[in-house]
Write a protein that binds this ligand. Structure first.
Ligand SMILES: Nc1nc2c(c(=O)[nH]1)N[C@H]1C(S)=C(S)[C@@H](COP(=O)(O)O)O[C@H]1N2
Ligand SMILES: [Mo]
Length: 189
């Protein structure tokens, strides 16, 4: 593994593979029951089946992945749908500043809309060339590589555009509202 200090955010150390972090058991699912709800302060809500999601244009990115517990992994490739594809379809109200992403295991995370809609934020269903492993978020997870990995919610089933800020699982427990690794935004001050 090459070590390029210029691409390692402050206080981080390289690991070869991501460590799996889950607040609870990996949730089970029958794909025929899959729904992704995209709603809230938007003009057009969406309620997508697995087939609907697969019909959307997909793309691949390669990004480093930074966990707030100080490990980082280089060059993970993710395949999925650009988040801004969804944003463009639902048309959030102009006052929306925050998005809440909710998962089937009860996890949730709140993300500033500017970070959420970046071109490298994906709803990913493949990781390093293969379908997501159950513990990495099967069938689909959010990946926001510009922020700490706790913002990359696994097992996603709901995206809500908020008219007032709410906090997700770790944000409620004192973690930073934004979580930019380059500014070491670990905890809320
Ligand atoms: N649904 C869900 N998503 C989650 C978590 C979780 O507990 N549940 N943990 C987060 C944390 S803290 C990290 S570091 C990453 C880890 O991703 P991995 O388990 O695929 O390595 O997932 C994030 N997404
Ligand atoms: Mo994490």
């Amino acid at each position: 593994m090459t070590t390029q200090p210029d691409r390692l955010p402050p206080g981080q150390t390289w690991l070869a593979k991501p460590i799996v972090y889950d607040i609870g058991p990996v949730p089970s699912l029958d794909l025929t029951d899959f729904r992704l709800r995209v709603h809230g302060a938007v003009l057009h809500s969406l309620d997508l089946s697995w087939a609907d999601l697969q019909a959307l244009p997909s793309t691949q990115i390669v990004r480093d992945f930074h966990c707030v517990t100080t490990w980082s992994v280089q060059n993970i490739s993710w395949t999925g749908i650009q988040v801004r594809e969804m944003v463009d379809r639902v048309l959030p109200d102009p006052e929306v500043r925050w998005v809440m992403v909710r998962s089937r295991d009860g996890y949730a995370t709140s993300i500033p809309i500017e970070d959420f809609r970046r071109p490298d934020s994906l709803l990913a269903f493949r990781m390093n060339g293969v379908a997501l492993a159950p513990e990495h978020g099967w069938p689909v997870r959010l990946v926001v590589p510009s922020l700490y990995a706790w913002k990359s919610a696994k097992y996603v089933h709901e995206i809500e555009f908020l008219s007032r800020r709410q906090r997700g699982y770790w944000e409620e427990r004192g973690y930073h509202d934004r979580g930019d690794p380059w500014s070491a935004e670990r905890y809320r001050v």
